[in-house]
Design a protein around this ligand. Structure first.
Ligand SMILES: Cc1cc2nc3c(=O)[nH]c(=O)nc-3n(C[C@H](O)[C@H](O)[C@H](O)COP(=O)(O)OP(=O)(O)OC[C@H]3O[C@@H](n4cnc5c(N)ncnc54)[C@H](O)[C@@H]3O)c2cc1C
Length: 482
């Protein structure tokens, strides 16, 4: 190893991006340290105890103000496996049109210098899908069939999703509290577990990375390691040949800023994939809380030209989140109206409406050191958000719902903030994920994504991470998938 480095690579964050990079590099025989801010909990620890799971597995919810006085909430995991431990595991490849937007945004090309396209990601999608055992979920619960009738009445169709859940899935519906059977594949119970067992991956948990160590070498800046704080509050410095930042779209940009990076695009062009749940109250029990939460979707409006939104069915939030976010045209429910709605909990079916946005959010650190998220949704984005909600409401009404409610907007698919691209003026990192500013500093998480995708992003984040790991393995002079 060079320069007194203890590791070949340090990976910060163990979610969709970091878990894959750490696992792939360790399996190549490289010395890898994976640092994760959260705890290492496993299937045995997972109980459907909503508030405790929020505490143990989620990052504290953050909010950003919206024009007009409302807010948008940001949700994500903080545990080994990151958000893949608590997500719903829908596994979709990005649409060709999604990826075409990337070249336009940052000049991103492939290794041949051509505009980056879906074909450049397909081999990496293949590998991730094979390793995670991605399969179709056509085992719909009755609530999906209820909603399907409404979609059909409006000339649309629900189809089965692909997902990284194996056949041991018992349809408990508790994906967001961690999968108690292990059927849900996170990076925790796949890449990381395999690499710990077979390849000696070193994992340190409750390790909050404060900054990347950056040093001048030969007239350029180089990443030399990281500084982190452990659970006891002790500070540690660890050195490595390369550092991979994979702390997620809302954490990697501030990490780079705290490390002294000055690129103006860090923390900008963040995409939200803004979403809301629309709920229909039916006469008969739907039990939408006791199914695999997202087994169906409607892709008819996926492309911007067709509306720019995707609808997923059928799900309801668990009771605490349900009670604290439900609203109607008059605003959040309270008192008797809230009690009345909650009495009908078993009779709700929900449609998740997710919208293509144009990356008008940002995260910055203010003069007091606090992180501030700003969101500036533009009229075309607001029109898509309204259209998605309207369609979901009409579909539920056509399916026979007596009353319709909804939640506010939230972002579970936050993307961008360290966009990848060939143009150093518009992109923070290059096509291999390496910083244009600091050599040996890589980004390999959702913050890479130059423009919001129309589909759930984790499979693409994992495919991008696999591609970056392949590059890194070659760079560190080891075969990629030995
Ligand atoms: C409720 C929910 C449901 C979802 N469902 C789906 C779905 O069905 N399909 C899909 O494709 N996507 C889904 N997603 C989104 C998907 O899981 C994320 O897009 C993806 O996991 C992002 O990967 P990432 O590597 O960027 O970040 P994450 O997976 O969030 O991982 C980041 C990790 O970095 C750690 N970290 C942060 N800061 C530090 C630090 N300073 N030091 C050390 N560690 C740090 C965090 O604790 C976290 O573990 C869902 C998200 C949510 C919230």
């Amino acid at each position: 190893m060079s320069g007194g480095a203890e590791f070949d690579a340090i990976v910060v964050g163990s979610g969709a991006g970091g878990g894959v990079v750490a696992g792939e590099l360790a399996q190549c025989g490289l010395r890898v340290l994976l640092l994760e801010a959260g705890r290492h909990l496993k299937a045995d620890d997972f109980r459907r105890w909503e508030v405790k799971a929020n505490h143990d597995l989620f990052a504290p919810t953050r909010f950003a103000p919206l024009a007009g006085g409302d807010v948008i909430a940001f949700l994500g995991g903080r545990c080994v496996g990151g958000t893949t431990t608590i997500n719903t595991k829908v596994a979709l490849r990005a649409h060709e049109e999604d990826i075409a937007k990337w070249h336009a945004a940052t000049g991103l090309t492939n290794d041949e210098g051509e505009a980056f396209s879906r074909a450049d990601l397909d081999p990496y999608y293949d590998r991730v899908e094979k390793l995670l055992g991605v399969r179709e979920r056509s085992d719909w619960g009755p609530c999906v069939h209820t909603v399907q009738a409404g979609f059909r009445a409006l000339g649309a169709e629900l189809e089965p999703v692909m997902s990284y859940t194996d056949p041991n899935c018992m349809n408990y519906g508790s994906c967001l509290q961690g999968c108690p059977t292990g059927a849900g594949k996170s990076t925790m119970n796949t890449y990381i577990a395999w690499a710990q067992e077979r390849a000696g991956l070193e994992l340190r948990t409750q390790a909050q990375v404060e900054r990347v160590l950056v040093e001048p070498r030969g007239g350029r800046l180089h990443a030399a390691g990281v500084e982190y704080i452990d659970a006891a509050g002790e500070r540690h410095q660890v050195r490595a040949r390369v550092v991979v930042a994979a702390a997620g779209a809302l954490a990697t940009p501030p990490l780079l800023r705290r490390s002294g990076l000055a690129h103006p695009a860090i923390g900008r062009h963040i995409g939200l994939h803004p979403a809301r749940l629309v709920y229909g109250l039916f006469d008969t029990p739907q039990d939408s809380h006791r199914v695999y939460p997202i087994s169906a979707h409607c892709m008819k409006f996926q492309r911007d030209a067709d509306g720019g939104f995707v609808l997923e069915a059928s799900t309801v939030m668990d009771p605490v989140a349900f009670a604290t976010t439900i609203r109607d045209a008059d605003g959040p429910l309270w008192g008797d109206r809230l009690v009345e709605a909650l009495r009908g909990y078993r009779r709700f079916a929900g449609v998740l409406a997710m919208v293509n946005d144009d990356n008008h959010a940002s995260i910055a650190i203010d003069a007091d050191g606090a992180e501030r998220i700003a969101v500036d949704l533009q009229p075309p984005e607001l029109a898509r958000i309204d259209a998605a909600q309207r369609f979901a409401r009409d579909a539920l009404a056509a399916a026979g719902a007596r009353r319709i409610y909804h939640t506010g907007l939230f972002s579970t698919h936050t993307q961008g903030g360290c966009r990848m691209g060939d143009d150093p003026a518009r992109a923070v990192v290059d096509r291999n994920g390496e910083s244009h500013e600091v050599r040996g500093l890589f980004v390999a998480d959702a913050s890479l994504v130059p423009r919001t995708m129309s589909v759930n992003p984790s499979l693409t984040v994992m495919a991008l991470a696999t591609r970056i790991a392949e590059h890194l393995a070659l760079r560190l002079e080891q075969p990629a998938h030995a």
